[in-house]
Design a protein around this ligand. Structure first.
Ligand code: SF4
Ligand code: FE
Length: 487
């Protein structure tokens, strides 16, 4: 297993093509814009070496029997699923950010499960390829970017109906030694600082979409792969200093990229689905279930930091004991723990798939994520309420550094007498960072937008059974139990 430093060093050996704000990023590990994201991901490596966290951060590979980082593990029990979300809450607490590595973990598990089912039906050998790939990822302790969301063009049209055929990733050539793929994936978390990209289809496909039903893995610097790193709220504050960032060490959320595949060659041993369009929906649903399971872990870990920041600002302001502040903090805790309950529940209610790997309960995982599209807005609102309007008006770090204005800021931004002004400023910036930044849209759309969860919730909720229950109680359908007790 690599540690944090070794992970950062390992990135320097890759040469991904990454653009940001009109320039090329030469070293993702060292560029000031990407380095904080790298640091957050590095903690997924570093904490695996901390004896206090060994149980949640590491696992035993069912393929090799070796000790591995849990981010490369294929879940072998519901206990594994629970440990996964415990690991995510822990990392949310330690980074106050998205640590990115979960998407690849979810992608390898989804493709592991689905490839088994595809092989059962078509007598293909995808599952064996996936097993070999997972062994490779485990052995080298690689970070894998899961790349699912296509750019989609006209959303009312299917992949093959698009005016431009490349708006979903597709196979453009099949060769003896592999396939050639073209297209783009959008909003891919952690892509620029991963070692590998694992591509999955993004939606259910019909026979005419066959070329789009493709899953494969390539290194981030494979020939023909280009990435354009996305902007985030206040991202260039990283270039201005430390305090103004709020969370200078670990950024805010994942760091997403548009990945373009310009006729990229993929050897057959890295192709995990190719044309089996009838399994595309299954793969999507399994991946989505895994990723939706996570959000009551990672986002709640970040909420722990935000709750701590809001409570600390209240102390700086001398209002920590005010009953309405106590009530708001309590409400934030309640909201966060509600989401945590959801992540735990869908994990404990997980089940074994035919492949032998475990996955969470689909209905409850979708409930988890739907709550995350809402409750973080409320706990962020409460944090802003507690911290005050200064989160949007405070003078900059540069004015604090300027001797002409420093004294004035020191004097007039002071809260209670025993807390240094700078401490109050840092906490206010952290509340700003966590409650205004890209965290909220990520909560809304990461792992799928709310409507995607609603579709799954309705599909998995067995509404017919509920109607039957109602009709029995209403006396429309016979009630066998009642008949037994009353004759
Ligand atoms: Fe992991 Fe959460 Fe980031 Fe998704 S949003 S990659 S689950 S930390
Ligand atoms: Fe996400």
């Amino acid at each position: 297993m690599m540690n944090g430093r070794e992970y950062i060093e390992s990135l320097r050996k890759y040469r991904p093509v990454v653009y940001f704000m009109g320039r090329k990023i030469q070293s993702v590990a060292d560029d000031p814009v990407t380095a904080p994201h790298v640091n957050a991901a590095a903690l997924t490596y570093e904490l695996a070496h901390d004896p206090r966290y060994e149980d949640v951060m590491t696992a035993t590979s069912h393929l090799t029997g070796e000790k591995i980082n849990r981010f490369t593990h294929i879940h072998q029990s519901t206990e594994d699923l629970v440990k996964k979300v415990r690991m995510m809450r822990l990392l949310g607490q330690k980074t106050g950010s998205c640590f990115q590595r979960c998407v690849g973990l979810d992608a390898i598990n989804a493709v592991y499960i689905t490839s088994y089912d595809v092989d059962e039906k078509y007598k293909t050998d995808y599952h064996e390829r996936v097993r070999e790939y997972v062994k490779y990822v485990q052995k080298k302790d690689l970070m894998v970017a899961g790349a699912m969301t296509d750019v989609k063009g006209d959303r009312s049209l299917r992949p093959h109906e698009q005016a431009d055929k490349d708006l979903y990733v597709r196979v453009v050539e099949k060769r003896e030694d592999g396939i050639v793929v073209r297209g783009a994936k959008a909003h891919i978390t952690g892509a620029v600082n991963s070692h590998e990209i694992l591509v999955l289809p993004t939606r259910a496909m019909s026979e005419k979409d066959k070329d789009y039903a493709v899953a494969f893995a390539v290194p981030v610097d494979a020939e023909g792969v280009k990435m354009i790193f996305g902007r985030q709220t206040n991202d260039t504050r990283r270039l201005d200093g430390e305090i103004d960032c709020g969370n200078a060490k670990y950024a805010t959320v994942g760091g997403e990229a548009l990945i373009i595949f310009e006729d990229v060659f993929v050897p057959w041993d890295r192709v995990f689905m190719c044309g089996e369009y009838d399994f595309s929906a299954e793969l999507v649903e399994i991946f989505a279930t895994f990723h939706r399971q996570n959000y009551g872990g990672c986002k709640v870990g970040v909420a722990d930091v935000l709750i701590g920041a809001a409570a600390s600002v209240a102390e700086c302001n001398g209002v920590a004991e005010a009953s309405h502040v106590v009530d708001k903090i309590t409400e934030m805790i309640h909201l966060a723990e509600t989401c945590w309950c959801c992540s735990l529940a869908c994990s404990y209610e997980g089940f074994k798939t035919p492949s032998g790997a475990y996955m969470p309960n689909q209905l409850l995982a979708n409930v988890t994520k739907l709550n995350i599209t809402r409750l973080p807005y409320e706990w962020s609102r409460l944090a802003q309420d507690i911290a005050g309007g200064i989160i949007a008006t405070m003078p900059s770090e540069k004015d604090y550094a300027n001797p002409e204005t420093r004294k004035l800021i020191e004097k007039y931004l002071k809260g209670v007498a025993n807390v240094p002004t700078e401490e109050r400023m840092r906490l206010i910036r952290l509340v700003e960072n966590l409650s205004i930044g890209a965290e909220l849209p990520e909560s809304m759309h990461g792992a799928g937008s709310p409507q995607a969860q609603k579709i799954m919730i309705l599909r998995r909720s067995n509404l017919e059974m509920k109607k039957e229950l109602a009709k029995i109680i209403a006396g429309i359908l016979p009630d066998d139990n009642y008949r037994k007790i009353r004759g």
